[in-house]
Design a protein around this ligand. Structure first.
Ligand code: NZQ
Ligand code: ZN
Length: 385
């Protein structure tokens, strides 16, 4: 196992009806800005519950944070924060709203050009406004981590940043608030969480059985509950387990002390920025091809993944690896998320475009061994056609 720091101060408030707890979770004297997306929270009752819980507070609103939140939009929220002297942010929605709110929290207290926050990967952030989250879409883990991803529309640049300053103070997770998700977003969430685990697990062995077995349990849980969430959308236990699995997949626990990959995500971000594909769609396209092209480096873990996650024990090592990659693809397809570029109407032009964006953004040494060069990314994308 590698040496590590593990720090996660997020207070998780989990269960049906827990939005009412906002009354005491949000500081009594705060000037609160409630940030949300395109209106799903108004249709499913979340908005009403949030405002009812905050009726003793001073509340302002910022609506319209897009999926894959836009830098340009978030700057408007920063202006409102300054104008209204806001001192607490409450994100209500999916990962995009939580990520966008983290950016607003940091940008509101940053003196220079806010774009520095993203180009520095978060290194320039010295302080941020406190924030809380009410999550309505289990997927990103943003509710319990220190990362966020923001897209600049003008240059089609999608960049992540990380800093402990933007850990939410609390996250309210009410599984019933996910009942209204369209099947596409349920599927996206399960696939995203699955790939988060894979990015931290499927690298090379470092004698870390705690991390490995936690990761395997999350993968098995997602394989089990993902299809059930589509089949029986109002099953509370299924939604609760999906929600907790997605949070645990990216809250730092399984990634502590082990190598991490993230090449699939970083290639995927370019596909979203260029072609507006959903985040999880890009992962479903890239991951099976990534595992195929890098199978020699990932061999030991691929064999372990085949056996422990999929129960594949027969055949040569190569046959088991082939079967595990095929099972992974089948899982994504069974969730309704297509797994090739051509499924989304993209061809070789997309390969060239993504590779040149990776080069332009300095994404030239990706992966757990920093050996995923643009040439390797090209082979991966070609294998995903
Ligand atoms: O905008 P509204 O109207 O709220 O609708 C949203 C949006 O259209 C809708 N939705 C959310 N909750 C709903 C609902 N519809 C009905 N009922 C509900 N309960 O779902 C749509 C997608 O929402 P979005 O927040 O974009 O999805 P997701 O949670 O998948 O977030 C994706 C973003 O997170 C980033 C991605 O890159 C992408 O920008 N990620 C953030 C990470 C992090 N912070 O750690 C890690 C991830 O790898 C990922 O990169
Ligand atoms: Zn992701």
């Amino acid at each position: 196992m590698q040496s590590f720091d593990f720090y996660n101060p997020v207070h998780i408030v989990f269960g049906q009806g827990r939005i009412a707890d906002l009354a005491t979770l949000v500081p009594a004297n705060a000037r609160v800005l409630v940030l949300y997306g395109g209106g799903s929270i108004k249709k499913n009752g979340t908005y009403d519950e949030v405002l009812a819980a905050l009726k003793g507070h001073t509340v302002f609103e910022f609506a319209g944070i897009e999926p894959n939140p836009r830098y340009e939009t978030l700057l408007k929220a920063v202006a409102q924060v300054k104008a209204e002297k806001i001192d607490f942010l409450l994100a209500v929605g999916g990962g995009s709203v939580v990520d966008g709110t983290k950016f607003v929290a940091a940008a509101a207290q940053y003196d220079g050009d806010a774009w520095d926050i993203l180009t520095s990967g978060g290194a320039v952030v010295n302080s941020a406004l406190p924030l809380g989250a009410v999550l309505t879409l289990p997927a990103t883990g943003s509710e319990m981590n220190q990362g966020a991803v923001v897209t600049r529309e003008a240059t089609k640049t999608k960049l992540p940043f990380h800093t402990a300053k933007v850990f939410p103070k609390f996250a309210v997770l009410d599984p019933t608030k996910t009942y209204s998700l369209p099947p596409r977003q349920v599927a996206n969430g399960a696939v995203d969480a699955f790939v988060h685990v894979v990015e931290q697990y499927l690298t090379y062995p470092t004698d870390a059985p705690v991390q490995d077995r936690f990761a395997e349990s999350l993968l098995q849980t997602l394989i089990e509950v993902g299809p059930k969430a589509l089949a029986t959308p109002h099953d509370y236990q299924v939604r609760a387990n999906l929600m907790w699995a997605a949070t645990m997949a990216l809250n730092g626990l399984i990634g502590a002390g082990v190598p991490q990959d993230w090449a699939t995500h970083l290639v995927g971000h370019e596909l979203t920025a260029l072609y507006e594909l959903d985040h999880a769609q890009t992962l479903a396209i890239v991951l099976p091809a990534m595992l195929q092209i890098r199978r020699a480096d990932k061999r030991a873990k691929l064999v372990q993944y085949a056996e422990r996650v999929w129960g594949i024990r027969d055949g040569s090592e190569d046959e088991r690896i082939d079967a595990a990659i095929a099972k992974t693809r089948e899982f994504f397809e069974a969730m309704g998320v297509k797994t090739t570029l051509s499924d989304y109407g993209l061809g070789t032009e997309a390969v060239d475009a993504v590779v040149s964006q990776l080069e332009a953004h300095g994404m030239t040494t990706l992966g757990e061994k920093q050996d995923v060069t643009p040439a390797v990314s090209r082979r991966v994308l070609e294998a995903a056609l």
